[in-house]
Write a protein that binds this ligand. Structure first.
Ligand code: PLP
Length: 376
């Protein structure tokens, strides 16, 4: 079955008693036991809830994994992943990744003796060198946030396997409809479901999908033991969002391509980062491993001093953090999403005061371009 067909009906056949076409919200903390030592399969909603279970099964199917797990946020999902490691472990991580992930590793896990080393994961040789020094895991974002660099996931998967390292991919920007990391050699896929998976800027949620039962069982144990699960109402909202993921992504990508082309030709813009532009350094690599280029665009201004006026002047774009929703958003990563990364590192990476990031939504592309043309 095609993913679009599967998604349109996710949860629609679950309730055989009433035939409810929309998956019911099982708003219950606990479940009555049929008898001593007996269970309906559900005992307590931290350990399992039917609405959450349908979301988890849907994501496992989409990604081709053995199990999905839904969390209260993308950070809770990443935190669950990080619990696989013990003091003394070393993890190789993408250098220009979401600032919150950097903060998790630096402020929560480094003090516990787990060391993250940051590498340009678009540079396969740099990753090979970092893995050769010994690593328990490789965690990659591709495209990266906010510079939209593309890693060669297939080759990195081979390298991770050679070095006995777990390979995890944060696939938030792509979703399983555009990129399926487990098929490219990853062991675990991570999502901030707050973004495209839900897609309506009304839920904070996270997901993990594991390829093999052994890793899945460990993650499921941590999910239940630490307890940062997604509630039934939010699970239902994410399921509803998933039903329209394919049509949303198609329109958002077409809009992003139009906006990126406009920015690339604008004299006030020094550089556009969008993998869908033929001169993007990762364009061909992305074509070879993904079914699309996504709808995130970042661009560098010739004059960084103009950034505050642009943020104040946009009328259609909303000046807000986050991404992946139906509304187009604009942010200044250096002071918002990436504020926790050291200023020196930000400057070296190019996450500077003149770099603006756009999350392109479902509006008419002519209106989006007109809004940017006016402020630029
Ligand atoms: N991963 C990526 C790529 C993100 O962009 C984000 C948030 O922006 C996260 C993880 C964290 O997700 P959440 O905000 O849902 O906790």
């Amino acid at each position: 079955m095609h993913p679009e067909s599967y998604l349109a009906q996710c949860g629609s056949r679950w309730d055989s008693r009433t035939g409810a076409v929309s998956m019911p919200v099982y708003q219950t903390a606990t479940f009555k036991h049929p008898g001593l030592g007996q269970s309906t399969g559900y005992d307590y909603s931290r350990s399992g809830n039917p609405t959450r279970a349908v979301l988890e099964e849907t994501m496992a199917w989409l990604d081709g994994g053995c199990r999905g797990l839904a969390f209260a946020s993308g950070m809770a999902a990443l935190d669950c992943l990080a619990r696989l490691f013990v003091p003394g472990d070393r993890i190789v991580v993408t250098e220009d990744l979401y600032g919150g992930t950097y903060r998790l590793f630096e402020r929560l896990y480094r003090p516990l003796g787990i060391e993250a080393v940051y590498v340009d994961t678009a540079d396969t040789r740099a990753v090979a060198a970092a893995l050769a020094q010994g690593a328990k895991a490789l965690l990659v974002e591709s495209p990266t946030n906010p510079l939209l660099k593309i890693a060669d996931l297939r080759t990195l998967g081979c390298l991770a396997r050679e070095h006995g390292a777990l390979f995890a991919v944060d696939n938030t920007f792509m979703t399983p409809l555009l990129q399926r990391p487990l098929h490219l050699g990853a062991d675990v896929v991570v999502y901030s479901a707050t973004k495209y998976v839900n897609g309506h800027d009304d839920v904070v949620a996270g997901l993990l999908v594991a390829r093999e039962p052994e890793v899945a069982e460990r993650l499921a144990f941590f999910q239940n033991a630490a307890g940062a699960v997604l509630g039934p109402q939010d699970s239902w909202l994410v399921l509803r969002g998933l039903k329209t993921l394919a049509v949303r992504l198609a329109r958002q990508q077409a809009n992003a391509q139009a906006v990126a082309a406009f920015l690339a030709a604008h004299p006030a813009v020094a550089r556009v980062h969008y993998p869908g532009l033929p001169d993007h350094p990762g364009h061909d690599r992305q074509r070879g491993q993904a079914a699309g280029f996504g709808a995130m665009v970042s661009f560098m201004l010739n004059d960084p001093a103009k950034a505050p006026d642009i943020l104040a002047g946009v009328e259609l774009f909303l000046f807000a953090e986050s991404l992946g929703g139906v509304e187009s958003l604009i942010t200044l990563p250096a002071v918002q999403t990436h504020a926790d990364i050291e200023p020196g590192t930000r400057a070296r990476l190019g996450v500077t005061d003149g770099l603006l990031r756009l999350s392109i939504g479902l509006e008419d592309p002519a209106d989006l371009v007109a809004d940017l043309a006016r402020v630029l």
